[in-house]
Design a protein around this ligand. Sequence first.
Ligand SMILES: [Ca+2]
Length: 382
Amino acid sequence: MILTRRSFAFGLGAFGLAACSDSSVTTPGQPVVKPGLPADLRPVPNAGYDAWVASFQGRAQAAGISDATFRAAFRGAGYLPGVIKRDRNQTEFKRTLEDYLSIAVSDERLTKGRAAYQRHGGTLRRLEAEYGVAAEIITAIWGLESFYGERRGDVPVISATSTLAYDGRRGSFFEKQLIAALKILQNGDISPARMTGSWAGAMGHTQFIPTSYQAYAVDFTGDGRRDIWSEDPSDALASTAAYLARNGWTRGLRWGGEAGAGAPSGTVIQPQEGGPKFAVTSNFRAIKRYNNSDAYAIGVGHLADRIAGAGPLRGKFPPDANGLTKDDRIALQRRLTAKGFDTGGADGVLGPNSQAAIRAYQSSIGLPATGQPSPELLRRLG
Ligand SMILES: [Ca+2]
């Protein structure tokens, strides 16, 4: 998360990681093995990586990392081929704002957000009082980053960041993250075994990268440790509020809203041609300091509004490039699924599952299996 996240094209939080087992099996001298992790996110022997770690130790020392910290951090660490695979597989896939919002403000994320907002109301109100950031905004960021803590990431951070630093595609950036991660360990905030995150090193409930953690994380519970990894999200949510407060958030000001719907005055933007317009304030720009994307900031703002009880957007989006509206796409998914071609849900976002279902349906009726949706296909399914 935070500033650099855009360059990883994560889209919505670090969602690639489904497994969230907190338990880890650590034997001194043996690699840390997380039972829930895919095989390619477990360390494998790599002589080049080992040589790089040896050469890196001097630079870590120069940055103030003690031998003891370094040894403890790397005891269970290793080269993770799956991290490089995920780094290479990132496509600059651009979603429309409508599709983005279908995912960011899905029924499930909204329902769980309202529950989390209630459950953690006491903490959120105290954070709002202390940092001035609206409780529903903090909740919405939590929802987008980790599905309210459900998907905090299980990949050991030292292994992930050292693998990426060694790999070198963004070596300098990840070496900075690795050194920051080592400083966090040296400070005693967390143990190496519990320091986990996304494959790219974004950690905890609100997916702080190590340098952002160093700059902004706070101990809200008062136990002397800034624990953004624990089940209790208090420190993580406080750290997010602190981040926004120190990046231009103004107390009492809305992020913005749909233009012409009683929105505050502000800059009017229209991220998707033919779609709704939004009037946005300086707090919208503060959210973008978390993730520099208009879609992300609208996703946070709109999810926050919905969590606090507002209704859906009034403005309509135009039909997509295939001539289908969102209602059409939902109907397409429902009809395919009803005929036995499972689209994995009917959210109106046509992803790989829907394309596969379309191909299978096309094959079944003797059409070329293009996977291409169209109004004609929808009619045929009718
Ligand atoms: Ca704490």
